[in-house]
Design a binder for this molecule. Structure first.
Ligand SMILES: Nc1nc2c(ncn2[C@@H]2O[C@H](COP(=O)(O)OP(=O)(O)OP(=O)(O)O)[C@@H](O)[C@H]2O)c(=O)[nH]1
Ligand SMILES: [Mg+2]
Length: 312
């Protein structure tokens, strides 16, 4: 495939077009993913999540500049729930990385969640793989919010940074809602505001409640992203977590589990599609439903019959 060949040769245009193909499920999307797959698995993947306006993008900007100074190539996937648009000024503005959009070692892509919430986690994973195969050393996924779909998205990351802000009150709610389990490192950003100590204590208490046998205690770092304060310490914590993952063998096991989950999700999706396209639209199925309604048959018998025909 020419497109993939160009992508391997470092063409940013080819990368952009491949992402578009995957995002829109063009006919060539699967062939692209197949062709790039052998070259994936090299990038380190960092997820950044937290409440709207917490300072995720400001932090991302600082983190990226730090790694650029080390000569790294970086991909950024910004999940933007409010906008179906990609690229251009809106993007640069929104993610506060205007000067980064021009850097040849950075590739930024925004993905809108509108209209595609269900498959977004899978699509994000595919876009990350494209950037990985392109040769990025680090791929950052920035996602807003703390719901299940965000949790699913950041599960694509090796290390997850959760950004919290003092004085919001609902932070701890967010933690309870599942963020705790995905946070490998916590940042208390906007540390120039009141309430840092209290938030710190609350996070520590939540971590104490974690009954799982954990070898990594997530560190809590205070940052003022807008003034570039505390960011170096935060980056150290992120690096330490990645080293921990590598040294403990957890990186390998997490990735193996992710591969397995991805394959299972793809099988489920294919079966779901087959059922939706071929089974539920058939006259036979409709008459079976009618028969159940009339109590001439029962759902268990129908499901059994469908499963038999699907698996045939
Ligand atoms: N006072 C203060 N303001 C900050 C700090 N970090 C970021 N900000 C400001 O907070 C606002 C939101 O920052 P963003 O980086 O866009 O936050 P975000 O979490 O990416 O926002 P969304 O992507 O819209 O959810 C901006 O006006 C930043 O300048 C900080 O440490 N202290
Ligand atoms: Mg942002």
């Amino acid at each position: 495939m020419d497109l993939v060949k160009e992508l391997f040769e470092g063409s940013r245009l080819a990368l952009a077009r491949s992402i578009t193909a995957v995002e829109n499920e063009y006919d060539n999307a699967i062939d692209i993913m197949k062709a790039i797959y052998p070259k994936t698995g090299n990038a380190r993947i960092l997820g950044i999540t937290g409440a709207p306006g917490a300072g995720k993008s400001t932090l991302t900007d600082k983190v990226v500049k730090h790694y650029l100074d080390q000569g790294k190539k970086i991909g950024i996937v910004a999940i933007d729930p409010t906008s179906p648009f990609s690229g251009g000024a809106i993007l640069g503005d929104r993610i506060r990385m205007n000067d980064l959009t021009l850097n040849e070692n950075v590739f930024i892509r925004s993905m809108g969640t509108r209209g595609s919430l269900g498959g977004l986690s899978k699509k994000t994973a595919d876009v990350v793989k494209l950037m990985d195969a392109f040769g990025m050393d680090l791929v950052i996924i920035e996602t807003v919010g703390v719901g299940q779909s965000e949790v699913d998205i950041v599960k694509n990351a090796d290390t997850t940074l959760v950004v919290l802000v003092p004085g919001l009150g609902d932070d701890i709610q967010a933690i309870k809602a599942g963020i705790l389990e995905i946070g490998d490192v916590f940042a208390i950003n906007k540390a120039d505001r009141d309430g840092c100590d209290r938030l710190n204590v609350e996070i520590e208490m939540m971590l104490d409640l974690d009954s799982r046998e954990v070898k990594w205690r997530p560190p809590i770092k205070r940052t003022i992203a807008s003034k570039d304060q505390g960011v170096d310490e935060l980056i150290d914590a992120l690096d330490e977590h990645f080293e921990y993952l590598e040294d403990s063998g957890e990186l390998e096991s997490r990735r193996a589990e992710r591969t397995r989950d991805e394959i299972i999700a793809m099988i489920n999706e294919q079966i779901g599609r087959y059922v939706a396209d071929k089974i539920v639209t058939s006259d036979e199925f409709n008459s079976q439903v009618a028969a159940v309604n009339e109590r001439e048959s029962d759902p268990y018998t129908v499901v059994n019959g469908v499963m038999t025909s699907v698996l045939k």
